[in-house]
Write a protein that binds this ligand. Structure first.
Ligand SMILES: *[C@@H]1O[C@H](CO)[C@@H](O)[C@H](O)[C@H]1NC(C)=O
Ligand SMILES: *[C@@H]1O[C@H](CO)[C@@H](O)[C@H](O)[C@H]1NC(C)=O
Ligand SMILES: *[C@@H]1O[C@H](CO)[C@@H](O)[C@H](O)[C@H]1NC(C)=O
Ligand SMILES: *[C@@H]1O[C@H](CO)[C@@H](O)[C@H](O)[C@H]1NC(C)=O
Length: 504
């Protein structure tokens, strides 16, 4: 499959990386178009089209989308030995520094878990770029539920982050001394920007503050930029940060490669983002399948956390509305109904599953090759990651990108950001479960009003088109929370299969 991005806005440098189907091996093709010669561009496009077409034909010949054969067929497109994690080519040609009149310094403190912060960092870079300010390397959340003391440079390659973006925006690790003193004296402005804003909010509300105070601190960063209605250059920059400038540290990348290699040696694998963790259940109030004692503990925990606003929750109602993560038992039924091979390796990308072995029993019985990172790695490998949930999440992120199929059981931040990244990597399959429909079918099957065959074929039919394939984002004016999230489907940055000749 194909991944392609422009390394510079000027249109002079192209990086092309082609993963060819059929051969069972990755092949890498790197082309550098030195001039803007239309002939050369035309040739690249022609080659791309042919290769894409070969891929499409190959995939179409596989027939039905969701069959028991699926896993085997799909994985023939991917190498089993030649594992390669997505990374920037070794000889990166750095763009020249962008020269601009600096309007001030932007400090940001991200909030939330790793993937929420990841998307926020992309937004903040885009905002800094369009305000012509200097960005200070974002501070990560150390007080969220995840309680991870990691700094930016413990998770991301900070040098690469700064250097690869220098053609767009100046980024510094810390404020220059003179301004640091100002900040210590409280001579700066701190505020949470209005969420889902367009860029005119930043130019009209934030820029004057920057000009007045020199240093502005954005102390909340989740979803501070709209999904839609932004200039194309902003959308593309958000992608460039996400897919190119944000690289995990080499320690995390090495461990990721190791996990993928171990899995690949045994064949294809599915990554299950089983978001059935204590915080999720306490926060959402979803207690389907929990015993009384657990329900009480989870409820107490919800009341104890001040930033979880919703306190009174009807679990069953919420579940019927499709707002709960699937339980491990529900997940077992759904994966089986979708025709996932019983013997396939399933890597659990998650922290501790609530209820432990008792709740995992059904899933383990249905899919005996269930593995976790702790099963694949030595304790010494994981030693440095313990108590650093964001670094664990980074490891899971890498494994999720590489998997043959990615199945999230809840549409949280990790599910969405990984979905978008997999689209970027050539529309790699992500199973987007419709939980509202599924719990309805599951309840009917449990009551006996649907037979297994009916249940299975209904699940397959309703999910045939929910695989992370090319599609436009759903836009709902004035309801940003309900529309498709930019990072789940950054369509502006994707080379859609039906328009490989699109010129940019
Ligand atoms: C940012 O700088 C560019 C020139 O590099 C200029 O065209 C643009 O108007 C500036 N924008 C702001 C908000 O200062
Ligand atoms: C952000 O700054 C504002 C204004 O200083 C303050 O009222 C608010 O509590 C801060 N929020 C966070 C999350 O720190
Ligand atoms: C940006 O948002 C403001 C306030 O929400 C709105 O009035 C304005 O029309 C928006 N501008 C664009 C270009 O969408
Ligand atoms: C992790 O934290 C726990 C308690 O929170 C502590 O007992 C343990 O020693 C820590 N482990 C590492 C490797 O730091």
């Amino acid at each position: 499959m194909l991944k392609m991005w422009k390394t510079e806005d000027s249109g002079e440098e192209w990086e092309m990386k082609l993963k060819l189907c059929g051969g069972g091996k990755f092949k890498k093709l790197k082309t550098s178009v030195v001039s803007r010669s239309p002939m050369k561009l035309w040739m690249i496009r022609a080659i791309t089209t042919v290769l894409l077409w070969t891929c499409v034909v190959h995939l179409m010949s596989l027939g039905e989308t969701w069959g028991p054969r699926l896993l085997k067929s799909w994985t023939s497109c991917y190498s089993h030995q030649d594992v390669e994690l997505i990374s920037v080519p070794a000889e990166v040609i750095l763009p020249p520094k962008r020269v601009y009149k600096n309007n001030g310094y932007l400090m940001v403190s991200c909030n939330g878990g790793l993937n929420q912060m990841r998307a926020a960092i992309c937004d903040m870079v885009a905002i800094a770029r369009f305000l012509n300010v200097t960005l200070i390397v974002p501070e990560l959340d150390k007080t969220s539920f995840w309680n991870d003391p990691s700094e930016f440079q413990d998770i991301f390659d900070v040098h690469h982050f700064i250097a690869s973006l220098r053609g767009e925006v100046r980024i510094l690790k810390e404020l220059p001394p003179r301004l640091k003193t100002r900040v210590e004296l409280g001579l700066f402005y701190s505020l949470p920007p209005v969420s889902w804003s367009n860029i005119s909010y930043y130019t009209h509300q934030i820029l004057p503050l920057l000009q007045k105070f020199k240093v502005v601190h954005l102390n909340k960063t989740d979803a501070r930029l709209a999904n839609n209605g932004l200039p194309l250059e902003i959308q593309k920059l958000r992608c460039r940060v996400n897919f190119n400038a944000l690289k995990f540290t080499s320690k995390i990348e090495e461990l990721g490669r190791k996990v993928v290699k171990i899995l690949r040696e045994k064949g294809p694998f599915l990554v299950l983002h089983l978001r059935y963790e204590r915080d999720m259940l306490a926060f959402s109030g979803c207690t389907h399948g929990c015993n009384d004692e657990e329900v009480e503990k989870l409820t107490r925990m919800r009341y104890a956390y001040p930033w979880w606003k919703e306190k009174v929750i009807n679990s069953e109602m919420k579940r019927k509305e499709g707002l709960c993560p699937l339980t491990p038992e529900e997940t077992a039924l759904v994966l089986t109904a979708l025709g996932i091979d019983r013997d396939v390796q399933i890597y659990i990308a998650a922290g501790e599953i609530y209820g432990g072995e008792r709740r995992m029993k059904t899933l383990m019985e249905a899919f005996p090759n269930l593995v976790r990172k702790e099963d694949l790695l030595e304790p010494s490998d994981l030693k440095f990651f313990q108590n650093h949930s964001s670094q664990m999440a980074a490891l899971d992120y890498l494994v999720s990108l590489e998997s043959d199929i990615f199945v999230p059981t809840y549409d949280g931040n990790m599910a969405k950001v990984v979905e978008g990244h997999r689209r970027f990597l050539g529309f790699k399959k992500t199973s987007l479960l419709d939980r509202k429909l599924l719990v309805g079918f599951i309840d009917e099957y449990s009551k006996g009003s649907l037979s297994w065959d009916e249940f299975s074929s209904t699940v397959k039919e309703t999910h045939a088109d929910r695989t992370g394939s090319p599609k436009m984002r759903v836009v709902i004016p004035d309801k940003p929370k309900d529309e498709d999230y930019f990072y789940a489907n950054p369509q502006e940055c994707l080379q859609l299969l039906d328009e490989p000749l699109r010129s940019t």
